[in-house]
Every structure is written in structure tokens, then in C-alpha cells.
Design a protein around this ligand. Structure first.
Ligand SMILES: NC(=O)c1ccc[n+]([C@@H]2O[C@H](COP(=O)([O-])OP(=O)(O)OC[C@H]3O[C@@H](n4cnc5c(N)ncnc54)[C@H](OP(=O)(O)O)[C@@H]3O)[C@@H](O)[C@H]2O)c1
Length: 218
């Protein structure tokens, strides 16, 4: 499968790219072409050194990344999610878009700060052209743990969406990452609950001097 990661130069985009690269074709999207190319080059080197294997990965502008992709991961900070969608909109076909976006702010502690429509996912959906299927996932997985490919993940990934085929595709992509288990959480409207777990995990980590927490249902 061809997966474009918009903002793939960032923390969690890098982790997802490294974890998927041996099974899929990865396109690293960025606002800057040179940054995309250099980052893809860096990830290829990291993979070669850690696994001895080569992979199919290249970098390009976000808007070009979506052209060839079957699945598009929106991996930019919440504040820039809508502008990123606007920039790629003319190139979108009827692909699957995965939102991993969490709107949160730091005050005395981390708070979930969704838009008026309820969640980042619902806002992003309202900006996407008809035919594009949005699935919400990966909000509660630590970027650092994904990036360190020798780290055992042993976590659950809650998935929200309204299109069954798209949900199955994303569940398969979750399973393609060793020791991640996809769990269906409900329609896209449920994404607010899943997104809001992330600031909770960050607060738990800070108050209890823990690192890179995730969720596992037992
Ligand atoms: N970090 C985590 O552990 C984690 C876990 C779960 C979910 N998430 C969510 O995943 C998303 C990405 O998180 P992250 O930590 O990877 O973020 P990040 O490293 O701060 O940023 C990711 C990428 O966003 C792009 N970006 C920055 N400013 C932008 C702008 N003004 N317009 C468009 N793109 C811009 C940059 O790519 P270019 O400069 O190359 O364009 C950057 O590399 C966020 O929505 C976050 O809530 C993060």
C-alpha cells in the first residue's frame, strides 16, 4: 500500500514511517521539498542500520505526496490541520485519510481543547471533499516508542470511523505494526473521547514521573 504521511518529518510521522516502511511504500510529505528529501534519506539510513533492510521511501511536498497515495496520514499539529487539508484538497481523490491529530493546550496541566464541533476529527471531516473517507486512530501511541523500532509497543489503538472498508484498512495498518492491537471505538463522533485520552496520558506521565505511556485494555 502507498502511504503518504503529511508532516512526516515530525515526531510521530517519523515513527509511523519507520514502523511501516518494511511492508509499505512510504511518502514523506512536508511543506518544504528539501526537508522532505533529507528526512526520507535519514529514515532510510535509520532502517538500514537497525534492520539491515532497504525500503521504498521518498520525500516530497505534501500536495504531491497525496497524488499517488492510497492512504494519507495527517500528522501535523492541530493548529495547522485545516490549512494542510486546504493545501492538498485539489489533489485528493477518494482516498482514506487517517487523523491522528489531538487538539490540546498546556496550562498548569495539559488540557483537551477541541473545536466547537467536538473534536479534531469532526472538524477535519467537514473540510474534506465528499468521497474521502476519514478514520481517526493512533492518538494515544507515543511517538518516541514508535520511532525506537526495538521498543516493544504492546498497546491498543482505538479506531473511530463511519466507513467500514476504511476502518478495516486502517485496522490492518495497525496490525502491521508489531504488538499494536486495533480496537473499534465507534463512529467518528466518538473521536473526541479518544483524542482526550492523550492529554490525560501526558499528565499521568508528568505527575508520576513515567515516560511514553500508552493504553492497553485488559
Ligand atoms: N508526538 C506524539 O507523541 C503524538 C502522539 C499522538 C498523536 N500526535 C498528534 O500527531 C500530530 C503530529 O504530532 P508531532 O508531535 O509529530 O508534531 P510535530 O513534530 O511538532 O510536527 C509535525 C510536522 O508538522 C509540520 N508543521 C509544522 N508547522 C506547520 C504549519 N504551520 N503548517 C503545516 N505543517 C506544519 C512540520 O512538517 P514540515 O515542516 O516538514 O512541513 C512538522 O514536522 C499532532 O496533531 C499531534 O497531536 C502526536
Amino acid at each position: 500500500m502507498k502511504i503518504a504521511i503529511l508532516g512526516g518529518t515530525g515526531s510521530i510521522g517519523g515513527g509511523l514511517a519507520l514502523r511501516w516502511a518494511l511492508d509499505h511504500d512510504i511518502i514523506i510529505g512536508s511543506r518544504k521539498f528539501e526537508k522532505a528529501e533529507l528526512t526520507a534519506d535519514k529514515y532510510r539510513t535509520v532502517l538500514r542500520e537497525s534492520s539491515g533492510k532497504t525500503c521504498s521511501m521518498y520525500g516530497c511536498l505534501n500536495e504531491d505526496a497525496v497524488n499517488d497515495a492510497d492512504v494519507i496520514v495527517l500528522s501535523v499539529p492541530y493548529e495547522h490541520a485545516v490549512s494542510t487539508i486546504e493545501s492538498i484538497k485539489p489533489n485528493l481523490k477518494e482516498q482514506i485519510v487517517i487523523s491522528i491529530v489531538v487538539p490540546m493546550e498546556k496550562a498548569e496541566f495539559f488540557k483537551y481543547s477541541p473545536p466547537a464541533c467536538g473534536s479534531a476529527a469532526m472538524e477535519i471531516k467537514s473540510k474534506l471533499p465528499e468521497g474521502v473517507k476519514l478514520v481517526s486512530a493512533f492518538h494515544n501511541v507515543s511517538a518516541r516508542k514508535l520511532y525506537n523500532t526495538n521498543d516493544e509497543l504492546n498497546m491498543d489503538v482505538f479506531i473511530c470511523g463511519d466507513d467500514n472498508v476504511a476502518i478495516l484498512t486502517v485496522s490492518k495498518l495497525v496490525k502491521d505494526i508489531k504488538n499494536l492491537r486495533p480496537l473499534m471505538a465507534g463512529p467518528l463522533e466518538v473521536s473526541s473521547m479518544v483524542e482526550s485520552i492523550t492529554p490525560l496520558l501526558v499528565n499521568l506521565a508528568i505527575y508520576n514521573k513515567m515516560k511514553h505511556l500508552g493504553i492497553k485494555c485488559v
